[in-house]
Design a protein around this ligand. Structure first.
Ligand SMILES: [Zn+2]
Length: 126
């Protein structure tokens, strides 16, 4: 497994600029400027965009209550007998692009800087 999955239509940007790359838009409601999630397993074929969803749209798809999401993008989920807060929304993972905008980072290779960029974004669209 490679450390990234391809992203299409995103522009290069810098984590330090606290901005979102052009093209970082929810596929469903078309809102931007907030955290987005992508499917765990990319279902798209080559040269098709990876679907991106805001918290509202991802939670709606998964039947989860978006009102329970916190500022870091964590939702409470029941894991066995415990309640844990995780940054996945069902099978939707944080969509953290590389600065080149050409790929999304897999969770195992996300840097502190990249995660901080994502966590700084509003968890829900304005
Ligand atoms: Zn949306």
């Amino acid at each position: 497994m490679t450390s990234t999955i391809p992203a299409y239509g995103l522009q290069a940007f810098r984590y330090a600029d606290h901005a979102v790359p052009r093209g970082y838009v929810c596929e469903n409601c078309k809102r931007s400027g907030c955290k987005l999630w992508r499917p765990l397993v990319p279902t798209s074929r080559p040269l098709e965009p990876i679907p991106l969803r805001c918290a509202d749209c991802a939670c709606k798809t998964m039947g989860l209550d978006v009102a329970r999401i916190d500022a870091k993008g964590h939702l409470p989920v029941r894991i066995g007998r415990e309640i844990e807060r995780i940054d996945q929304i069902g099978y939707w993972m944080p969509a953290i692009p590389t600065e080149s905008g050409t790929d999304f980072l897999r969770p195992t290779v996300v840097s502190v800087e990249a995660l901080a960029w994502w966590q700084r974004l509003p968890s829900r669209p304005a």
